[in-house]
Design a protein around this ligand. Structure first.
Ligand code: NJP
Length: 240
């Protein structure tokens, strides 16, 4: 039986672990071909081997890159088009979190969040747009956060980067409407990954839960536009 993303081509940033790895796994399991981007070559190659052993050889191609490097996005898009001739989905997932009061937040931490969480999605979206606009088909999915819809103490830089990402997603959605492209922001609550160095709660979302949502968004019929999707864990009654 064909998968729900059969033969679609996707670029997933931050594919070496956590949510990006889970998205890559579910996309490949549903028949897609994925270019997975991250800096950790070993982790990407291990994922490629794992998927090949599961019978999906060649459907996951690692691409070792820092998403913030000048030219990295354009180069990855060019190579993906050379390899597979199309790009249906871009998932801007790579992200970093540094949490401290504004009084103490290091400038380098602020800059890294703005570069990875906000500027990189701009650069990677801009890199796929000419192809998607020409084909009049394509879907850009931003892995944002509930931090892009609210604020919390110690989260100024992270929240600012994700609020910026929401503004980017919202504006881009309007701009590409005439080309029938879709832009969706997926906003998870706390997820059980290595993100940000804070231990998640035991009822937090799992990476697979977010990947499941991203699959629903990506595999939706073309006439369906989600816009913003918020994904929260069910908090047990005795923990509320
Ligand atoms: O985080 P983690 P998550 N260039 O740390 C990559 C959002 N989110 O999966 O380069 C390229 O396990 C890094 O790869 P590597 C969050 O804001 C999370 O939880 O090899 N890649 C790794 O693959 C983020 O947008 C939670 O180190 C870079 C990945 O990013 C997304 O979910 C809650 C890179 C990070 O994996 C994925 O986060 C929420 C760079 N410069 C939103 N820098 C949560 N976990 O609780 C990092 O609301 N990466």
């Amino acid at each position: 039986m064909p998968g729900r993303l059969q033969d679609k081509v996707a670029i997933v940033t931050g594919a070496s672990r956590g949510i990006g790895e889970a998205i890559s796994r579910v996309f490949v399991a549903e028949g897609a071909r994925v270019v997975g981007v991250a800096r950790s070559a070993g982790a990407l190659e291990a994922l490629a081997r794992d998927l090949a052993a599961a019978g999906a050889g060649g459907r996951f191609v690692p691409r070792v890159a820092d998403v913030t490097s000048p030219g990295a996005a354009k180069e990855a898009v060019r190579e993906t088009l050379e390899r597979w001739g199309r790009i249906d989905i871009l998932v801007n997932n790579a992200g970093v979190g540094h949490f401290a009061p504004v009084a103490d937040l290091a400038e380098a931490a602020w800059d890294e969040m703005m570069a990875v969480n906000l500027k990189a999605p701009f650069l990677w979206s801009q890199a796929v747009l000419p192809h998607m606009m020409e084909r009049r088909d394509g879907h850009i999915i931003m892995i944002s956060s509930v931090a892009g819809t609210t604020t919390f103490v110690n989260g100024a830089g992270y929240c600012a980067s994700k609020w910026g990402l929401m503004a980017l997603a919202d504006t881009l959605r309007q701009e590409v409407r005439p080309y029938e492209l879709r832009v969706t922001a997926v906003c998870p609550g706390s997820v059980q990954t290595h993100f940000g160095g804070t231990p998640p709660r035991d009822y937090s979302l799992r990476p697979e839960d977010v990947a499941h949502t991203v699959l629903e968004v990506a595999a939706a019929p073309r006439r369906v536009v989600y816009g913003t999707v918020i994904v929260r864990p069910l908090v047990p009654a005795d923990r509320q």
